[in-house]
Design a protein around this ligand. Sequence first.
Ligand SMILES: NC(=O)c1ccc[n+]([C@@H]2O[C@H](COP(=O)([O-])OP(=O)(O)OC[C@H]3O[C@@H](n4cnc5c(N)ncnc54)[C@H](O)[C@@H]3O)[C@@H](O)[C@H]2O)c1
Length: 659
Amino acid sequence: MVARPGVPPAAPLDSPGRLPFNRRSDPRRRDAVHVNTQPSHRPIPADLVEHVLARLGERSIVLVGMPGAGKSTIGRRLASLLKLPFVDADHEIERAAAMTIPEIFEKFGEAEFREGEKRVIARLLEAGRHVIATGGGAFMAEETRAAVRERAVSVWLKADVETLIGRVRRKSNRPLLAGADPEGVLRRLLQVREPVYATADLTVQSRDVAHDDVVAALLATLARPTAGVASGDDPADPGPSSRGDRPMSTVLARDADAVADPPADGQGRETVTVGLGARAYDILIGRGLDAGAEIAARFPGARASIVTDATVADRHLAAFTDSLAAAGLEPHAIIVPPGEGSKSFRGLETVVDGLLEARRERGDLVVALGGGVIGDLAGFAAGIVRRGMRMVQVPTTVLAQVDSSVGGKTGINARQGKNLVGVFHQPSLVLADLDLLATLPERHRRAGYAEIAKYGLIDDAGFFAWLEDHGADVVALGDGLAHAVATSCRAKARVVAADEHETTGARALLNLGHTFGHALEAGTGYGERLVHGEAVALGMAQAFRFSAARGLCPAEDAVRVERHLRSVGLPTRLSDVPGELPDDEALLSLMAQDKKVVRGKLVFVLATGIGGAFLARDVPVEAVLAFLAQERSGQGRSGQERSMPELSEPEPASKEPSP
Ligand SMILES: NC(=O)c1ccc[n+]([C@@H]2O[C@H](COP(=O)([O-])OP(=O)(O)OC[C@H]3O[C@@H](n4cnc5c(N)ncnc54)[C@H](O)[C@@H]3O)[C@@H](O)[C@H]2O)c1
């Protein structure tokens, strides 16, 4: 126990009862609280700790469960990690009563003990944010459960009966288990208590493993977005709706929203607004949009320069130009070769030349008709020509409709790496016409789908679950497509409005899968061996496996991610990439070249589970190397990894990332 200097003794909060439980049990007293300063031995990312504390807000963590579940030991370690005070409620009761619990039972009986226990726990809950370990029977009192619900997150440390018996045999201070048949008593208590423990907000298995492993699992569970919601389908569980306003359950509400049909106007179109104040803009999502009419209505008097690639031009340019011409936008087209190679200084020069030669002014429009390559390139040109022209994004790939056309990140690749040269330049309008996707090759539909799945994996477990049922339909451009695009755009719009320039870390979560993915893209020459969305899919699968390997995320979630990505034909393993890959050191150096490096430390988006992405800024290089070696050796393979049929054969890839 460590004293907390400067904390004044407070007046008793309790009204006197028959038992003197109010005697010295105010946790604000310096001697009533264990402040933990011992660090845990298991490395836990600081970001995860911050994330959990932010999610908790002002709430305490209350551990419930049977005697022997490890509430005090685990609670003390958890408190140490979170740098919160730890209180063992039983110790508080003993202190308040100035006698041991067996003595209280003997002198006053169980009923009196329970009354005192309720009062002590109520006071502890009122005394600020703590980690509180409760006695085995405490949570059985409805009053206590209500108080915990209001001020804390409850966690049931669940242990199987054999583990409990083994542990309680070693302890002698449990009056209920002091008789001749402690095992029988324990089993009977379990039957009565388990259904009530199951109403706790979270359940964590307390196994006979290192305590730090249980604490890591507990921390990961607390970090999950669904933390704080109903724990199961137990009929005794009143469910989230009856639990009042619980901030940690807000994600569940959004999950429910995510599976509803998007609101649409009379023509089946939906508008998502990116809320950036004076620079706010709309994303119009629908089928058969009249681009000319939509653009001209919003930008009267402007002229339009279309930037596109040769493949898209073949399929869509004639009709698109007609639409713009009919609306008086005086279109002309600048056409670059298809593929990542156009996101280059040479490609930029072509576009800038085209705009200047056509004598377009600041008030005119650059219209990007194409995938992410065209959007990034045309957006960059629009951002720098005449110190900034207005721009309209007309995305023609799944990836561009759900991701790259929204948010104003523009740029080109450099010899040193991808997207290293660019500016933030928001579009003034995004027109996502789902019909334009009909000509997109299946491989690119699947690749774009990786970015859709990404939104579910980041913070929308409900959307991911929906995708598990509808993924194939979305890739086939079926009825689910509109919902998938709209949900993705809403997610992206939310993030961009919250963190436009990627300064708070919120937007950086969109880089899930990118640290691994970009290195693989670079390592395969930015060519047909691995297109961007495929690299993201593989990177996301790796990010989940890496998270699981670091004890942050349940292994089942990593398996689920892999299973789903594979089910739509996306790569998830290094062995899925045709041809030779750079060795681990070379991949690491490509990761370090990536812009997601802050002062030499590797920055990864890791996850505590599906829908629980977080930014880890301090990932040690050795951990990455060990993980890559494990990936290469095929350890931990799920048995599904050999059924990846659809990637193209190796083609001679450009050595230059961005010629
Ligand atoms: N700015 C951002 O926020 C952001 C986000 C994600 C990705 N990106 C970037 O996006 C790029 C990848 O985008 P992409 O996957 O759309 O690639 P892409 O633009 O190269 O398009 C893929 C291929 O599909 C063809 N194509 C496009 N639309 C078509 C259509 N409707 N019918 C037939 N063919 C069509 C293209 O010609 C190209 O060959 C990468 O450079 C990546 O860095 C940017």
